[in-house]
Ligand binder design. Sequence first.
Ligand SMILES: [Zn+2]
Length: 301
Amino acid sequence: MKITLFKNLFCSLLYYSGFLWAYNKVARHSKRNYIIIVVYHNIRNKKLFSEHIEYFQKKYDVISLSESIELLSDDKNFNPKLVITFDDGYKNIYSVVKYITQNKIPICIFLSTYYIESGDIFWWDTFRMMAKKDKKLSRRLLQIEQTLTEMPQEERDSKIEELLQYYALDGKVYDFGSEMLPLSWKDVEKMKEYNVDFGSHSHRHYVLTNTRLNTMKGDIKINKELIEKKLSLNCQHFAYPGGYYNKKTIQILKEYGFVSAVTTKYGINTKNTDLFELYRIGISDEDWIPTVVVKLSGLWI
Ligand SMILES: [Zn+2]
């Protein structure tokens, strides 16, 4: 929380001092043909989030991911665009989607279907909640989370099971707030009526670079098929879980008929960007407007 506040204050300083305005004038002046793709996860602060949306609408032409792929693949020039995406499929997105789409803003939500099917909490949230509830363990659990993220999937599954059983005995873990829950198919079907597009985020959110080839293939296939069957749509876009991918992953996505994939690499997209390595800018629902502006400016790193 302290880091978030510091970050917001620092960005406010850049913003209100006029520095950012001058920087944007120089860096972006007369630049065309670029597309910013932002990514959100959980939306808890609806007020700040709606301010972000207002800012995007005021400053950019907000388009769908599919439209952005067409523009990047085409020879024609275009003015700066912005695309809004969400990863994982948290339930609390549901309450903001109606507001966004009522304002005719297209969005794409990348779903991890295992969690939608089972209603299970995403495994990393389980760890964060454990850390919150057990202060002594908080530092160690965050380290464990990183190790687990990069572990081969089979090993990770059994380790998680082991840890969950241990903590369940303690009775401290399972009183999650609804903010951690995944969307249900019912929610997703309803959102489809609001013209939301849905993309793949793998079935079980495995780190695909550490997963056996057959497991990776099966996981991507079941994810795509479930989304297409349940929602009667053509699922064309993929978001790499945790941002991990390699040449093999890209090859499989192409075999399965995906037309693009988004990463977690910070940057903006031009006609030179590989459509299977699209850059995104991560925005938190706790970011103040100056922080959003700094992130979008390219100054962040
Ligand atoms: Zn994810």
